[in-house]
Design a protein around this ligand. Structure first.
Ligand SMILES: Cc1cc2nc3c(=O)[nH]c(=O)nc-3n(C[C@H](O)[C@H](O)[C@H](O)COP(=O)(O)OP(=O)(O)OC[C@H]3O[C@@H](n4cnc5c(N)ncnc54)[C@H](O)[C@@H]3O)c2cc1C
Length: 466
């Protein structure tokens, strides 16, 4: 007979370090221990927060008030069950899954900017990567999942046969079920390295045609925009898979290659950083980048995870922690939306210190955070978010997003109110309905669930049910 695992009390933070909470946590290994821990919590009336790699910026993997189920020890990757398929336990980090598939010359799509995101977190937040305009979200790789539901039942879901439950789990934000393992189908790539090209643009209006070119050429693409300028100048970086003898062949994702120097630089910069310095750094970056149209070849992790590699704890660059918001807007609203937000940000002292733009295509998932159009990230230091200027900026941002038919990415959020979430979340009805069907007692909860979803659930269904 197994001895029961015991909870340990720990402090957990969002990746941006703006929010944290102390809670008892279980770190189970294997399905039986996970099911036991969930069962113990359900019987004692404590809510359970599922936590993967802890790479969400805000409170989506922080406890509401109960217990954390930390799945970081629930890891394994193996071939099968079908031909060419690979199955990973949900706590497996993407760096380990990618190392496994890349050794056979294969890849997965929808890889986000941190290699330490877990398989469960990638599905639970329907994450995307630099191929978002070509491939869509990470969940598009997945053909089957094994899920532990809040009532203790375990079910193997087949993508084509279990549409209703599938649509309840992908993008479920840790509120609809515990993903135990996932089976993915990697695709073949031309080589293990990436040929990268940088193109400068002097105005945000020039960016969509550059994305068109990248999309037509089948290239991955991401843009960096200087949020301190009104015209929105920046750099579009594109990449395509190529063979290379000298660009990180071998197992680039297997080892932690994070830069110690970058980490120290980040700490130092974070101590003196302010708007003027960040404006100057943006200027230097724009001036020095993209001067040559020639391609350079870099390792896969150099292209996919540039910030995580150079500045492993890049939240340290931001005084008071990093608050990232990511807004998705339809393509036809993108230019006007960008101009409006940048102008308001500059007037109110809330310019994005770093701003990324990606293009997205629609996904087959109801709770996909993408959609046809563009996403823009807004990075602000905690010092600004906690100042008196921020609430008015956030109100304006949320209202402008709602008017544009856009929405926010929950995996980055720590600041929205339930009302702002309701006004911008196009999959809210679906989320509330599947929550009501699968977990009306709110056994599964999170800090974000409590802040954004519970008030809306209560208004619709009463809470707790039963
Ligand atoms: C440097 C950096 C770059 C990033 N770049 C991108 C990007 O390019 N694109 C993008 O989309 N995101 C990006 N992100 C955000 C990140 O991909 C998401 O927040 C992701 O969900 C984090 O996964 P995680 O394993 O760390 O999960 P956590 O942060 O621990 O959890 C995320 C959510 O998933 C739930 N969850 C976790 N495991 C499970 C499970 N087994 N079953 C059910 N639910 C589960 C949690 O309850 C929580 O709601 C980035 C983050 C960082 C730090």
């Amino acid at each position: 007979m197994r001895s029961p695992i015991r909870p340990v009390t720990r402090r957990f933070s969002g990746w941006g370090r703006g929010v944290s909470a102390v809670a008892p946590s279980y770190r189970p290994q294997g399905t039986a221990e996970i099911a036991d821990a969930l069962d113990a919590c359900r019987r004692s009336g404590q809510s359970v927060t599922v936590r993967g790699g802890g790479r969400s910026y805000g409170d989506s993997a922080l406890p509401a008030d109960g217990v954390v189920l930390d799945l970081s020890a629930h890891t394994a990757v193996s071939a099968g069950p079908g031909d060419g398929e690979v199955t990973a336990r949900s706590g497996t980090r993407l760096r380990d899954l990618l190392a496994y598939v890349l050794k056979d010359g294969r890849m997965l799509g929808g890889i986000p900017g941190s290699p330490d995101v877990s398989v469960g977190g990638a599905i639970g937040h329907s994450v995307h990567g630099k191929d978002a305009h070509l491939f869509g979200d990470f969940a598009n790789n997945v053909v089957a999942m094994t899920v532990l539901f809040a009532d203790g039942t375990i079910q193997r879901l087949d993508r084509s046969a279990d549409e209703t439950r599938w649509q309840a789990i992908v993008g479920g934000m840790g509120l609809t079920g515990v993903i135990l393992e996932a089976t993915v189908t990697p695709f073949a790539i031309d080589g293990e390295a990436v040929a990268v090209r940088q193109r400068k643009f002097s105005s945000i209006r020039d960016l969509p045609p550059l994305f068109d070119e990248a999309e037509n050429a089948g290239e991955m693409a991401v843009a960096w925009v200087d949020g301190f300028t009104s015209r929105g100048r920046g750099i579009l970086e594109t990449g395509r898979w190529v063979r290379s003898r000298d660009a990180g062949a071998g197992a680039p994702f297997g080892a932690d290659r994070s830069s110690r120097l970058g980490g120290l630089f980040g700490i130092g910069l974070g101590m003196v950083n302010n708007r003027a310095l960040m404006r100057a750094l943006n200027h230097v970056h724009y001036t020095l980048s993209g001067r040559s149209a020639a391609e350079t070849t870099v390792s896969a992790d150099g292209f996919l995870f540039p910030i995580a590699r150079r500045f492993p704890n890049h939240y340290r660059l931001f005084p008071g922690g990093l608050y990232e918001m990511q807004v998705f807007v339809p393509a036809e609203s993108f230019i006007d939306f960008y101009s409006e937000i940048v102008t308001t940000g500059r007037r109110s002292g809330c310019e994005s210190w770093l701003a990324g733009v990606k293009r997205h295509r629609p996904d087959p998932h109801v709770m996909s955070f993408s959609g046809q159009g563009y996403s823009i990230t807004i990075d602000l230091p905690g010092r600004t978010v906690r100042s008196g200027v921020f609430p008015a900026f956030l109100d304006h941002l949320a209202a402008t997003t709602a008017r544009a038919g856009g929405h926010f990415n929950p995996s980055k959020d720590a600041v929205l109110t339930a009302g702002q979430f309701e006004a911008t979340c196009h999959w809210l009805d679906h989320l509330l309905a599947v929550k009501h069907e699968l977990d009306p007692s709110w056994v599964l909860s999170t800090g974000m669930g409590r802040r954004l979803v519970e008030p809306l659930y209560r208004a619709r269904y009463g809470y707790p049910a039963g």
